[in-house]
Design a protein around this ligand. Structure first.
Ligand code: NAD
Length: 498
């Protein structure tokens, strides 16, 4: 490792999206390329930013030594790197846009405003008020002194998308533009089909656009930990691919599994769409030598980042209803209005979690360290594994610091899922290879959320959608109310109780 200790200091022009490979490059579908000699027995590249250097060996210059890569807190970043964020208006898209713009990237984005419409159709709303995209972009300019280029556009409108990719020539593309709700995808046939159509076809079209108009861009594709399911054997959830020493034993013989995709067992039709996205990206890297990190994203919670904090008009959305809210965000909102925290089934389901702020750091670090041409890799992006019961207990405990007396309720599980299962998540790569170090703890983030959600306007927004917080969508397709199985008050240390 370099003395600067930046995770990508020793990467070379070989992975830089700003170089062009010269000579004949044979992209073979087997995943191994034969680079034919361009000049005197060597593969060479030309720097699109510094053509005056002429042709050179791509391994001869490291990011640390290249004048185009500048050191930041998140590693070296290509100066003015052009990053295209698909789904920029979303929970993750907006804070990422602000973070990257503040780090000196040229940030471009699209969104078709579908999330706003679907939440509205449900009779729900973000508990933190958010501005229109036009006003957000203006506010970013005013309060953070950054320029962001946003276009309202559907990812499925391929003519417009491809023209935009051609125009922007992105060096990195972040694919957030999907419908991200498991219960929505299980609610009825139209919602299931819309989810599959939007997510699967959207990503597939994008891959052709990248192949034809920006083949050197790295693609950061958001998957989810829910792609893996929770295998009852206790097999560790490796980071997408089996490690080199994994072996299959069958009928007395052994085969190496090293490097193969690990099994997927998606937990809803939304998660099925994510698995298909994984395969589409994996194949595109193999067929066309695109490059991608597929991020198996844990459940995200919280609403904080340095850039979001700069002004209320920069806030990102925070949803809390059954379809659009993730569990921690929902529990805090329930506690704020004195509604029992609703645990599905036993509450012993284990899942991986990460704060919004940490997730933004991880994605930035991935953008800063592009994969090599043809490389497909997977990271498990989580910091903590917790049971739903543990989360409820902690939320109730922190609620007590704010004078809240919170009940917890076990209700019939609307989902079809294992309620007792082992769950060993391997999540080493972000720490070991990308220099990620968590900046926020579960308790602090939950505390921050209580502070935000106990403001009168947020309380009014939660109350207005109270009826949407209790689940109604059953995976089995049955109709009828879910029964309450048990209600109790978690033990909260006396000094913290109201
Ligand atoms: N939030 C989480 O906890 C979490 C966990 C795991 C994975 N993810 C994944 O991360 C990504 C972002 O999640 P999020 O929470 O920000 O969701 P989000 O719904 O807030 O953001 C997605 C954005 O994409 C837009 N969009 C959807 N389809 C589009 C299309 N066809 N064309 C243009 N824009 C479109 C939506 O309008 C929305 O603004 C998603 O792919 C999601 O599956 C999120």
């Amino acid at each position: 490792m370099s003395e600067t200790n930046c995770h990508n200091a020793n990467q070379t022009c070989w992975s830089c999206p700003a170089v062009e490979f010269k000579g004949h490059v044979d992209f073979r579908a087997c995943g191994q390329a034969a680079f034919r000699k361009a000049a005197q027995g060597q593969l060479v590249v030309e720097c699109k930013r510094r053509p005056e250097i002429g042709y050179f060996d791509p391994t001869s210059i490291t990011f640390e030594h290249c004048t185009e890569w500048k050191k930041t807190d998140n590693g070296y970043l290509l100066d003015g790197m052009r990053v295209l964020i698909l789904g920029m208006d979303g929970y993750l898209g907006w804070p990422l846009a602000l973070k990257l713009a503040k780090l000196g990237c040229k940030v471009y984005g699209i969104d078709n405003m579908l999330r706003r419409k679907l939440v509205d159709d449900r009779g729900a709303q973000s508990v933190i008020p958010i501005e229109t995209m036009e006003d957000r972009v203006k506010a970013a300019n005013e309060h953070l002194d950054v320029e962001i280029d946003f276009r309202e556009m559907d990812l499925m409108d391929r003519d417009s998308l491809f023209a935009y990719i051609k125009e922007v020539q992105p060096e990195s593309i972040v694919q957030f533009a999907e419908i991200p709700s498991a219960p929505y995808s299980m609610a009825d046939v139209d919602k299931a089909c819309d989810t599959i159509q939007n997510n699967v076809v959207g990503t597939l079209g994008l891959l052709f656009g990248v192949r034809d108009h920006a083949p050197d861009a790295s693609i950061i594709k958001l998957g989810t930990m829910g792609e893996y399911g929770s295998p009852l054997t206790g097999r560790p959830l490796f980071e997408g691919l089996f490690p080199g020493d994994a072996v299959l034993q069958y009928k007395g013989e052994e085969w190496s599994l090293g490097g193969e995709l690990t099994p997927r067992d998606p937990v809803s039709f939304y998660h099925v769409s994510k698995v298909q996205g994984t395969f589409s990206v994996y194949e595109a890297c193999k067929y066309w030598w695109l490059r991608s990190y597929d991020v198996m994203q844990g459940v995200i919670y919280g609403n904080q980042s340095d850039e979001l904090a700069a002004h209320p008009s920069l806030s990102t959305r925070l949803d809390i209803d059954e379809w659009w809210g993730t569990v921690v965000n929902r529990f805090v909102a329930q506690a704020v209005i004195g509604m029992p925290l609703t645990i599905y089934g036993s509450g012993n389901q284990l899942r991986g979690y990460i704060t919004l702020k940490d997730a933004m750091q991880c994605i930035t670090r991935l953008i800063a360290a592009p994969p090599e041409p043809g490389q497909y890799d997977v990271v498990n992006q989580v910091t903590d594994v917790m049971s739903v019961k543990q989360i409820a207990q902690t939320v109730a405990k922190i609620g007590a610091e704010f004078g809240l007396d919170t009940e917890v309720q076990r209700i019939e599980n609307p989902r079809v899922e294992a309620e007792e299962h082992p769950y060993e998540v391997i999540h080493d790569k972000l720490k070991d290879n990308f220099g990620f170090a968590s900046e926020s703890t579960f308790e602090d983030e939950v505390r921050g959320m209580f502070q935000a959600l106990m403001q009168p306007e947020a309380v009014a927004r939660i109350n207005a959608q109270e009826s949407k917080l209790f689940p109604t969508t059953k995976w089995s397709g049955e109709v009828g109310e879910l029964k309450v199985l048990e209600t109790w008050k978690p033990d909260v240390p006396a000094k913290e109780a109201a």
